[in-house]
Design a binder for this molecule. Structure first.
Ligand code: ZN
Length: 238
């Protein structure tokens, strides 16, 4: 029995949002995806989105029946309020927390607002996002309480129930690999390894056990160590 509601997944083409997409496909009768084009340094992540959707549909026919439209929203205006735009002498650089200084404060609040407006139009009442408190603990707009408050604000502001689901909120990276293994077995995890993108430097490069990427930027390091921890914790390779 699946949940009859329609869910919209905030889908970037990375590991976490692909895990969220699989989680939603296993649960809801209809699932659509939304992505945001905000002038990312690298287009690779956006390019991965249709590939991941296509591969998921091909490998899991029962999910293909549930997978609905993809929406790519143009949020280039976020570039106008990024750090590099406001303080011209600053070049694009990585902060200590591993995020580029082009990061826009409160970005996830904007993403959820747009996703909710889209959901209202599409008759959807569930929004699914891959935010997580266990990495990047410095991100206030990824925290559970922020997103619970967002759920209340959106439901009131739209005068329609809008549930915000964050299935990865309390999972470590290793537990995220375990979740996708549980949802779609080796097929799903191999699909995530090969077709999702994480690297901040936009490198695809060689295919490592944990996926493509430079291997040493903060995003690659997180993904690599999470994958290694998951592999190390698997009894008899299950
Ligand atoms: Zn990298």
């Amino acid at each position: 029995m699946s949940d009859p509601r329609t869910a919209i997944v905030l889908f970037s083409g990375g590991q976490d949002s692909t895990a969220c997409l699989a989680w939603a496909l296993a649960r809801y009768a209809r699932v659509e995806t939304v992505g945001f084009d905000y002038g990312q340094r690298h287009r690779i992540e956006l390019d991965c989105r249709p590939v991941v959707r296509r591969e998921l549909a091909a490998a899991f026919p029962h999910w293909a029946d549930r997978l609905g439209d993809d929406h790519l929203l143009d949020l280039q205006l976020l570039g106008q309020i990024s750090d590099t735009a406001l303080t011209r002498e600053r070049a694009i650089a990585f902060e200590a927390n591993g995020l580029p200084n082009t990061f826009v404060p409160g970005r996830n609040l904007l993403f959820f607002s747009f996703a909710a407006a889209l959901a209202y139009r599409r008759g959807a009442s569930v929004l699914v996002g891959g935010m997580c408190e266990t990495d990047y603990s410095g991100y206030p707009d990824c925290r559970d309480n922020t997103l619970k408050a967002m759920q209340v604000a959106l439901s009131l502001g739209l005068d329609a129930p809008m549930v915000v689901e964050t299935p990865l909120m309390w999972l470590s990276k290793a537990q995220t690999w375990a979740l996708t293994q549980q949802l779609g077995g080796e097929t799903l995890n191999q699909l995530i390894v090969e077709h999702t993108h994480t690297c901040y430097l936009g490198e695809r490069g060689a295919l490592h056990a944990w996926g493509h990427g430079c291997g040493h930027c903060p995003a690659c390091a997180l993904r690599r160590t999470g994958h290694q921890a998951w592999q190390a914790g698997r009894p008899n390779g299950t």
